[in-house]
Design a binder for this molecule. Sequence first.
Ligand SMILES: Nc1ncnc2c1ncn2[C@@H]1O[C@H](COP(=O)(O)OP(=O)(O)OP(=O)(O)O)[C@@H](O)[C@H]1O
Ligand SMILES: CC(C)(CO)[C@@H](O)C(=O)NCCC(=O)O
Length: 406
Amino acid sequence: MDPRKSENEGNLDPDQSGLIYQMALDIGGSLAKLVYFTYDEDCAIEGKDGMSPEKAVAKSKGSKSCAVLRGKLNFKIFETSKINDCLEFIKSVKLRLGGCQRQENPGSQAIAVKATGGGAYKYTDLFKERLGINLDKEDEMDCLVAGANFLLKAVHQEAYTYMGGQKQFMDVDHNDLYPYLLVSIGSGVSMIKVEGDGKFERVSGTSIGGGTFWGLGKLLTKCKNFDELLELSYQGNNRVIDMLVGDIYGGTDYSKIGLSSTTIASSFGKVISNDKEIEDYKAEDIARSLLRMISNNIGQISYLNALRFGLKRIFFGGFFIRSHPFTMDTISVAVNFWSKGEAKALFLQHEGFLGAMGAFMSSDQHELKKLLENKAVHQQASSIKACAIAGDLHGDESIECCVYSV
Ligand SMILES: Nc1ncnc2c1ncn2[C@@H]1O[C@H](COP(=O)(O)OP(=O)(O)OP(=O)(O)O)[C@@H](O)[C@H]1O
Ligand SMILES: CC(C)(CO)[C@@H](O)C(=O)NCCC(=O)O
């Protein structure tokens, strides 16, 4: 491959030859997330005399007629530290925002793209100078909540519980969704009490999040990428590193206060009594202890905040989760343990894309927004499985969807 080309160039999914009708970005501390809608120009509109999408959209405005735009919602991630890959990707696709602008001559015509996350501020000039794109900033918390509400209401089987290796999808009753606690586990963690559309409060947060796991993991295990660290944690045994209740109590439970002998009494606590150097520990065991420590801590703080406000459902999002069984199991067990079964941990299929989805939904100057307003995006059950977000960093995910304008 030509070393001057970015990793993504020349490697586009054929679907991306479709026009990008709308795009939004969430540029966080660790990852930049893109959501964009593509449709095939030739057959995108259904039901209205075979007219072009733009015409059908225009015609449906102010009338009771129904236009259906068939296309795909696409999801893509890049490491924020490699923001140039993201810029190259955007440059290489046909961007046709609002149905009327083409990005053929960056600089000559400003295009506005909704963007959220800290990077929307940090990289404003970069996007403008390199792509002629004005990042139209949306508040990160607004976007997280809007994205979560939209996905929970519009995407069939978006939420699920995970316990003992079993994933159980939950049907969301639109009339019984609120209130809930949204926990976004990105580089840092935000905890948001959600009471309705646009009705929320960020009630807590912790700096011990996904960035901590990846940062400490990188230091302690010399792993080169996040997936490698996750994979290691899968194979490790945390008992070699963590001090358990049984280690302190001579192998027995401390049942009087409800602690079994296998409960972790002190994360990484066993290391102090061992005369070992870091090289003497297996990277797998370190990764496992680290993942348990961070996941347990987030599960516990989340539960405490749910308790503060009497919330029974806690939805966990953010890319730290990566649909990883051990992470989800640890969080679920923590919530279940601390709440004595009263509160429930729920996970989201599009865990890492809440903010980007919210930014996407916030567009107000494009035709697609007008189509999406008050509409539902339906997807077939079979395509949900195909759009699990776990996978390699540059992997594409997409959902077949229809946008209805009524
Ligand atoms: N391929 C990856 N590379 C780096 N981190 C990854 C990767 N996959 C998952 N992660 C985890 O996801 C976290 C980032 O999650 P997310 O994208 O939701 O947050 P962010 O928007 O970057 O952070 P913040 O919201 O705090 O600014 C990382 O800190 C890391 O723990
Ligand atoms: C600063 C943000 C909101 C940026 O996404 C996030 O990383 C976060 O919520 N960090 C935790 C900060 C705290 O509440 O301690």
